[in-house]
Ligand binder design. Structure first.
Ligand code: IVH
Length: 673
């Protein structure tokens, strides 16, 4: 019997990890450090291995990162593009080496390839008959963004390989900025009065993921390969792979070396760390890979990372400086972050004048006060942080910082999250978070509004067309037409999508509200328990607490959201716009609402008919299976699409099941939780 507390901890961890994955992989930013992220993942893996019944197909431990934004066509990776496990010390590397020796039954240490861990953006290049045909980002590892026109603009990426005979090959590597290219570009941008990039990694990612490839072409990006999706014929080691790639025109890292024995590996890693500043690109560690292909294959991979390689992360750089003041910043997700304003100090390759103090608990623990001398740390791309305060050598210390009880931007109510560390502003109209709220409202788990991306959300807020989500439902065509990149057709489509979203069920509606800690899963619990929104709005804290999976923090967040005037008004305006969110079986209930369905194989009814039926039931029908597919209806003789659906863990049903579903006598109608 699994304790309820474990179940809810696992759910919370998954929600949190997905949230941070989305920020990191899809939006290119982070709110927590790699270490904090690793700790969340570690804890989830621990609980899942202790309670295997809790493992689910869609747990973040089974997938690297999250889905891409809808801006680029998507591209599928098979085998998936993996991430790497970490070691932080010689002892941890010894353990890694011992595990390999034990499992492969080796008497001596094997040979390893030791490589700089470049800090850029993972990309794969697809060559067919020696010609570059596609290029894409890693995305969540299985599905990335197709950035072919952009990749073609990089001079270090050959459009044709110099191989004879020509080959089919998928090359994987990192798109980066060399430090001098980066600084030169920033100097030029400064002269032109343009905003400077924060660091090479952000700049590389932002430059490659441009909708207009002419912009990418104007940025001096580089590509360096570190592997292939499959071993080319006749290549038996990492080292010979690099020689081969180099021969056919693919750039590889000149600092890669082959080492035997743990001492040699350690020395090579230390050398890289010591010379870090002098290297032409930013690195955040070393990557250590078994050199022999056969040994790599014997070790195999986990769902997220290979067992034949690991990353040796370098220590973050630290410096001492003076804390001038503490301010509260409100992020786009409404998170209130205490930020230290510092006497500028050079650390980790950049001058730092502000650093995060993370949250109230951290701030109290470190007891950092204005006027104190503090230690600041910066690792790679991670936001600089105040590690600790050394107090004050002379004179009396300043006062402890008081965390505000309301949002410093809009004065809206502030709630503490389930994990009890972060504070978030709950006011969906707070300008600092409105953009994020709109984007979230349109996201796939919420109202699934195609076309409501982050760029559009930004314009709607900046031009003050939208002051809270309910304003979306009174936007006019002419208002939309005044926006950048919005043609008549896109405006028309968006208005249609918005109208369609009015039919959303209770689970999607609640998810869309973005109440702290209340994602798709908890919203599902609420829609299972309450029959419509009015019941939820009338409920008190105790009623929420009777639902398994909802603890005191979430119950309080829910109660406050529906009872504070500012947030309750938004909900009422949404109801006035035409929403009638009920649980299952209320008016306008569409059994397949928001789901993406694919038909494959022999279906007895004509395709046009089943398509019409699915659309009538609220589904979107597409022709190919991807991770966005919710249901595959498979008939006799189904082939590749069925296979793909199985691989991706997509729900597969028969024609009969489908007919039952749309008639409302099978399934819960929203694909479950
Ligand atoms: S091998 C199968 N080698 O680090 C393992 N990755 O944290 C896949 N990276 O996604 C990666 N330098 O983008 C490998 N020499 C190197 C690397 C490297 C940088 C990046 C890569 C990967 C990430 C994992």
């Amino acid at each position: 019997m699994i304790p309820d507390s474990v179940k809810s901890e696992v759910e919370n961890l998954r929600e949190l990890i997905r949230y941070h994955n989305r920020l990191y992989y899809a939006e290119d930013r982070n709110e927590i450090s790699d270490g904090e992220y690793d700790a969340l993942m570690q804890r989830l893996m621990e609980l899942e291995s202790r309670w295997p019944e809790l493992e689910t197909e869609d747990s973040p431990t089974h997938r690297v990162g999250s889905q891409p934004l809808s801006r680029f066509p998507s591209i599928l990776w098979d085998p998936p593009m993996l991430s790497l496990g970490n070691v932080f010390s010689a002892e941890e590397f010894h353990e890694f080496n011992n595990r390999i020796k034990r499992e492969l039954d080796l008497n001596a240490d094997p040979a390893y390839s030791v490589e700089p861990k470049l800090d850029g953006l993972a990309v794969a290049l697809v060559y067919e008959n020696g010609v570059l045909v596609r290029a894409g980002t890693r995305g969540d590892g299985r599905e990335g963004e197709d950035v072919t026109p952009n990749a073609r603009t990089l001079r270090s990426i050959p459009l044709k390989l110099s191989s004879d005979p020509s080959v089919n090959l998928v090359v994987r590597g990192e798109v980066i900025f060399r430090k001098n290219d980066f600084h030169k570009m920033n100097r030029e941008r400064k002269l032109q009065g343009l905003e400077q990039f924060i660091n090479p990694r952000n700049a590389a990612s932002g430059s490659l993921r441009q909708l207009d490839s002419r912009v990418t072409a104007s940025r001096p990006l580089s590509f360096i390969a570190y592997g292939t999706a499959r071993w080319p014929e006749g290549i038996a080691s990492q080292h010979s792979l690099y020689k081969y790639l180099s021969r056919i025109g693919i750039p590889v890292n000149p600092c890669n070396s082959v080492c035997r024995g743990v001492d040699e590996v350690e020395n090579a890693c230390h050398r890289l760390e010591e010379n870090r500043e002098e290297l032409p690109w930013d690195i955040d560690g070393a990557v250590i890979k078994l050199n022999r292909a056969s040994l790599q294959e014997m070790m195999g991979t986990l769902s997220r990372s290979p067992r034949w390689a690991t990353a040796w992360k370098f220590k973050a750089e630290e410096a001492v400086t003076q804390l001038i003041d503490i301010e509260i910043q409100v992020g786009r997700s409404g998170k209130l972050t205490p930020v230290a304003r510092l006497e500028p100090v050079f650390v980790g390759g950049v001058t730092v004048s502000s650093a995060t103090l993370h949250n109230e608990d951290e701030l109290r623990r470190k007891d950092a006060r204005p006027g104190d001398t503090v230690i600041v740390r910066r690792a790679g791309d991670v936001i600089p942080e105040v590690v600790r305060s050394l107090g004050r050598s002379e004179g009396e210390r300043g006062k402890s910082f008081e965390f505000p009880g309301s949002c410093p931007v809009c004065h809206g109510p502030v709630a503490r999250e389930e994990d009890a560390s972060a504070h978030r502003c709950m006011n969906p109209s707070c300008p600092a978070k409105l953009r994020e709220s709109l984007f979230h409202w349109g996201s796939r788990d919420a109202l699934d509004i195609e076309g409501l991306g982050s760029k559009l959300a930004e314009q709607l807020v900046d031009k003050e067309i939208v002051r809270d989500v309910s304003d979306l439902y009174s936007i006019t065509r002419s208002q939309l037409a005044s926006l950048d990149r919005m043609g008549d057709k896109s405006a028309e489509n968006l208005i249609e999508e918005l109208e369609k979203s009015l039919n959303a069920n209770l689970q999607r509606f609640i998810t869309g509200l973005g109440i702290p800690g209340i994602g798709r899963t908890v919203s599902g619990l609420l829609s299972g328990r309450f029959s419509d929104l009015h019941e939820i709005m009338r409920a008190d804290v105790d009623e929420f607490l009777t639902i398994e999976g909802i603890g005191p923090v979430l119950a309080d967040n829910l109660y406050r959201f529906f009872n504070e005037k500012i947030t309750r008004d938004v909900v009422n305006r949404l109801l006035n716009a035409g929403f009638r969110p009920g649980g299952s079986g209320v008016d306008g209930y569409k059994p397949l609402n928001g789901l993406t369905v694919v038909f494959t194989g022999g279906i007895s009814l004509p395709r046009s008919e089943v398509r019409g039926m699915a659309e009538e039931a609220g589904a979107k029908v597409t022709g190919s299976v991807s991770i966005r597919t919710d249901i595959v209806v498979a008939g006799p003789g189904a082939g590749d699409k069925l296979k793909k659906a199985r691989e991706l863990g997509v729900e597969i049903i028969s024609e009969d099941d489908f007919l039952k579903r749309i008639n409302g006598d099978g399934g819960i109608g929203d694909g479950g939780n």
